[in-house]
Design a binder for this molecule. Structure first.
Ligand code: GLA
Length: 394
């Protein structure tokens, strides 16, 4: 096996497992979400951004119609799946994500006839609510599309990846994570209108404002498939139906809530309506260069997610309180909820907030949280072959 100097770990892993060079190498990032939580499947607005952590896939075509999957993070769980046998339920565990994308591509008229070998490497923590699954789907989808020369616009690939996650893996997520991984631009957050699919890049440069965005991995693990996420989706659909609208996105005034007699549905709808308004408010603040002004909006989002949507968890509540007491400008839980990470807006170059959260966790006898800087980074890109502008967007 050759091991050229400068080879990426994913390329070396490819050579190790498959004994030849990879034809294409793609990287797709995980995401943070500045604001707009549980709004995507209500056809509302989200404002995520790509992280500089992600999943790398080194890939080559085969001739035997098999999808061969190897992950550096799961070396004892390889998967070899004949493409013709791909069907929901046929593949389980981590391999279901890339297999699901191949299944979705085939369903969209891209048969990938000869199959492919994929060697996967990730530096994203799993279960931390940073969308490692979406990054795996997106990097795999780009690699397969690249190998087979498919002309697949990224918004379409985002939809196919979500279809794979919903209908092959069986996790009822929205479109935010795949869109963020594929469509984000460095130094920007991605404003996505989840009804129309329209995107706008919103400048987000915390360092220029003397600030930093800090991810707090609370250590509590979540699973979108555990039923509570799906229950929230059902509650929102029910509230929309009772209000006579196609989705809660259509409701902009809180006055409408008086029509909902069920207090739970009223709270769920109130979160979605106010969260959509907070996305709009955040975009306005960022557009006039007032990142510090976003702090209180993040805190209001947390309160709404905790009290109205009831998806926060004890470690997130404690992290938010400790962050605010130690000088954060704002903080909130992030992602689907019930575990994963929180996000705090903090003054740059200090550790007062992370120190305070660590101390508070220790005082409660909880395992220490992990901290990651959240730097608005580029969406997915091709690493090999390198091209002119290095973006892989050709
Ligand atoms: C998870 C889902 C997203 C979105 C968030 C909540 O991350 O994958 O689609 O619904 O939860 O905002």
């Amino acid at each position: 096996m050759s091991d050229p100097a400068g080879a990426l770990p994913a390329e070396r892993w490819f050579g190790d497992r498959f004994g030849g060079p990879a034809g294409q190498v793609w990287r797709a990032p995980g995401r943070a979400n500045l604001i707009g939580e549980h709004t995507d499947y209500n056809q509302g607005w989200v404002l995520p951004f790509a992280l500089d952590l992600g999943v790398t896939v080194a890939a080559a075509r085969r001739g035997d119609g098999v999808l061969a999957l190897r992950s550096r993070q799961a070396p004892r769980a390889p998967a070899d799946v004949p493409l013709a046998t791909l069907a929901p339920g046929a593949v389980t565990g981590w391999a279901a994500y890339p297999a699901g994308v191949a299944w979705a591509l085939r369903g969209a008229g891209h048969p990938l006839v000869g199959g492919a070998s994929l060697a996967i490497d990730s530096d994203l923590p799993q279960g931390a609510g940073l969308s490692s699954s979406a990054a795996l789907e997106c990097a795999s989808g780009l690699a397969l599309a690249g190998l087979y020369g498919l002309d697949l616009p990224r918004p379409e690939l985002a939809t196919l990846a979500q279809h794979a996650e919903n209908d092959f893996v069986g996790v009822p997520s929205g479109i935010m994570d795949q869109a963020a991984s594929l469509l984000s631009r460095v130094g920007h957050a991605l404003l996505l209108d989840c009804r129309s699919g329209a995107t706008t890049d919103i400048p987000l440069d915390p360092a220029a404002a003397g600030l930093a965005l800090l991810i707090i991995d609370t250590g509590a693990r979540h699973a979108l498939g555990d039923g509570r996420y799906a229950q929230r989706r059902r509650e929102c659909d029910r509230a929309a139906a009772l209000l006579g609208v196609a989705s809660l996105r259509e409701v902009t005034s809180l006055d409408a809530l008086s029509q909902l007699t069920d207090p739970v549905l009223r709270r769920r709808a109130r979160h979605v309506i106010t969260e959509n308004a907070r996305v709009e408010q955040t975009v306005a603040l960022l557009t006039r260069g007032d990142l510090a002004g976003v702090g209180p909006v993040l805190l209001a989002s947390h309160a709404s997610l905790a009290s109205d949507f009831e998806v926060s968890w004890p470690e997130a509540d404690v992290a938010v309180d400790a962050a605010m007491a130690a000088g954060a400008l704002g903080a909130r839980m992030m992602g689907g909820g019930f575990g994963g990470s929180a996000l705090a807006l903090v003054p740059a170059g200090q550790t007062a907030v992370s120190d305070a959260i660590t101390a508070e966790f220790a005082r409660r006898g909880w395992p220490p949280p992990a901290f990651l800087p959240a730097v608005p980074s580029a969406g997915a890109f091709r690493l090999r072959p390198t091209d002119g502008d290095g973006t892989g967007r050709g």
